[in-house]
Design a protein around this ligand. Structure first.
Ligand SMILES: Cc1cc2nc3c(=O)[nH]c(=O)nc-3n(C[C@H](O)[C@H](O)[C@H](O)COP(=O)(O)OP(=O)(O)OC[C@H]3O[C@@H](n4cnc5c(N)ncnc54)[C@H](O)[C@@H]3O)c2cc1C
Length: 595
């Protein structure tokens, strides 16, 4: 089918979908939304009126139920009686509400943090979960192990302490994990197009989650025996229980996707063979799985372990006897996880050797603190510089090398035109994640180097958008350079200080006896209390509306739908659009004639 060429007057468009219906009738297109998506991606499309989305994100995000979609007319209604402008009170509103709350802006996946926290504050836990699931398939996982840049950016931090967003996220997500009928986003009708995902870590799974919703036939190829990438192989269960990872992956399996484990791409099959089998696009999300070497004498002696290799064994439930004294070299999450795992496996004296200072350690601050509570000492600044007579000897039973990891690109066989950076990551367009080979995309650690789960999730979603456009032959870049002007500088003096809720944790002595989860989660009362500490920097519906139609009105301190610019001339629609009972575009009938 050829492309549809449409030129229309953006000042008249109300996003009413009438042209979509007419177009469907004229060209016999399968489903309506396909047509409207052509419009959305057209540089001319900028509906100045409400788009009346099928599943309006503004209504989803509103904690006050002030926005509803009328089931009969399909019109999105804003009830100003109920709207509080997200707690805007003249002179005391959290901030100017002219932009995006920093929590959403700073989250690599741009999760609507203020939105879900506001919903949680009202006890609307299910709604909060559904809002998060728009931008992340893994709230129970991220609610446990995300380094939460949203909290570092939180304006409440300038008053007392940041809101405990990720503990709230964990609570609402865990409620869903424990129900019999779990929330699943809508999955569109199955398409014939096949997409291959290489690697089942958070990047690959996230890409799968979004492509499956679009109806693509997605197959994940995973070389390990279990899906999950570092979620299963790297991060130990005392931080991220296996049942949580499995439950969140199960929901993706239930979206009718295929996960083939034990298939090593580049060895068991190749991208060229998969192309022949009809796969239209590839997302290489292979992570960084190969341990970096120390490059020093004795590296291959018995008792010297690669950090990730050691954690893999531990996470498979194998017992690894390290002895009493264990030195761990490195300063990232692999080092702290290896040290804490060694403690739990019986090492009396597990210590970390890190070449820089404590504040420079890349591991999460929370984890460094928990390490210290568990009796792990961190020896900093043993910098490998040749200082005369400074060489010293330590007697240890085992050494764990946790210097870091790099990608193993054996999956790229010579027919692939992709190129690699000097850092061993795949070169991709940062906006579209497309590589030098047009049907190959890459994201997560494979494209960024070792980073975080939430960045991998964000890449998975962006890759899914690109792959969808690539298969449909659309512009990959159009409309994707969105910036989030951040709201900062709240009126601190108008807020009383309120203590941040403290995450209940296992006692350090009890922790080192097992791999049981250390952080026990908040109670409902704690969540309600904590969520109310949010100062609502932005306005939920304004932040949720993808078309900039919802606005904050500084006079009324309430939300408002952007006023249409009235048309300057009347456009006459071709007569053939008036047959079979279809009406004239309401922009023309109701408004065009008034100009
Ligand atoms: C010990 C440890 C602790 C961490 N802790 C945290 C934390 O607390 N918070 C946080 O945010 N981040 C943490 N991280 C980082 C985080 O886990 C990664 O950034 C994230 O998992 C990257 O996701 P990914 O999907 O890109 O790759 P991965 O999770 O590495 O997944 C890649 C997958 O691809 C598969 N694969 C590779 N090659 C092939 C092939 N040829 N064919 C088929 N399959 C292949 C691999 O087997 C693997 O399953 C930690 C990392 C480690 C190692």
């Amino acid at each position: 089918m050829g492309k549809i060429s449409l030129l229309f007057n953006e000042y008249l468009c109300s996003g009413c979908h009438t042209c979509e219906i007419a177009c469907k009738q004229e060209h016999g297109l399968g489903v309506g939304p396909r047509v409207i998506r052509v419009l959305e991606e057209s540089p001319y499309f900028k509906p100045l009126f409400c788009h009346h989305c099928d599943d309006p994100p503004c209504a989803k995000a509103c904690p006050e139920d002030a926005i509803t979609k009328d089931s009969e007319t399909g019109v999105v209604l804003l009830d100003l009686e109920k709207c509080t402008g997200c707690n805007a009170v003249s002179g005391t509103s959290g901030a100017e509400k002219q932009g995006t709350s920093p929590c959403k802006a700073e989250c690599p996946a741009h999760i609507d943090v203020q939105g879900y926290v506001s919903l949680a504050a009202k006890g609307k836990f299910q709604e909060a979960l559904e809002l998060i699931k728009e931008t992340s398939p893994f709230p129970s996982i991220c609610g446990r192990i995300c380094p939460h840049p949203c909290e570092s950016a939180c304006n409440r931090g300038g008053i007392d302490d940041p809101v405990a967003n990720h503990a709230i996220e964990r609570f609402v997500a865990d409620l869903d994990l424990n129900t019999t009928k779990r929330y699943m986003p809508k999955v569109k009708e199955k398409k014939k197009d096949k997409v291959a995902i290489i690697g089942s870590g958070p990047a690959g799974l996230s890409c799968t989650y979004y492509l499956a919703q679009e109806g693509y036939q997605v197959t994940i190829f995973e070389k390990d025996t279990e899906p999950g990438g570092m979620l299963t192989a790297g991060i130990p269960s005392y931080r991220l229980p296996r049942e949580v990872v499995n439950a969140e992956i199960q929901l993706i399996r239930d979206m009718d996707v295929t996960i083939k484990t034990g298939v090593d791409i580049g060895k068991d099959t190749t991208i060229a063979q998969l192309r022949e089998e009809g796969f239209k696009a590839f997302f290489t999300a292979i992570g960084t799985q190969a341990c970096l070497e120390l490059g020093i004498e004795g590296e291959n002696l018995e008792g010297v372990y690669g950090g990730l290799d050691y954690l893999r064994q531990i996470n498979r439930g194998e017992s690894v006897k390290l002895g009493k004294n264990v030195a761990i070299i490195g300063g990232g999450n692999t080092a702290t996880d290896a040290a804490r795992s060694a403690r739990r496996s019986g090492a009396e004296n597990a210590f970390i050797l890190y070449r820089r200072g404590l504040e420079e350690m890349p591991a999460n601050a929370e984890e460094i603190k928990e390490c210290q509570e568990e009796g792990i000492s961190i020896k900093t600044l043993p910098k490998p510089e040749p200082v005369p007579d400074s060489v010293f000897t330590m007697e240890v039973d085992a050494v764990i090398n946790a210097l870091g990891q790099e990608a193993d690109w054996a999956c790229l066989t010579p027919e692939c035109a992709c190129t690699l950076s000097d850092w061993g990551t795949m070169n991709v367009d940062p906006l579209t994640l497309q590589s030098d080979d047009p049907d190959i995309f890459a994201g997560g650690d494979a494209a960024r180097g070792p980073r975080t789960v939430i960045e991998a999730i964000a890449d998975g979603k962006q890759a899914a958008i690109s792959i969808d456009r690539f298969i449909l032959g659309r512009d990959l870049r159009l409309g994707r350079d969105q910036v989030f002007p951040t709201i900062t500088d709240p009126q601190k003096e108008v807020y009383n200080k309120i203590d941040r809720v403290q995450m209940p944790r296992l006692d350090p002595q009890a922790r080192i006896k097992s791999f049981d989860e250390v952080q026990e989660g908040l109670t409902e009362e704690m969540v309600l209390e904590e969520a109310k500490r949010c100062i609502s920097c932005g306005t939920c519906c304004v932040q949720a509306c993808p078309y900039d139609v919802m606005q904050f009105n500084h006079d009324t301190l309430k939300a408002v739908k952007r006023k249409p610019i009235m048309p300057t001339r009347h456009i006459k629609a071709p007569a053939r659009y008036f047959r079979k009972g279809w009406g004239l575009c309401p922009s023309l009938t109701n408004r065009g004639s008034k100009s």
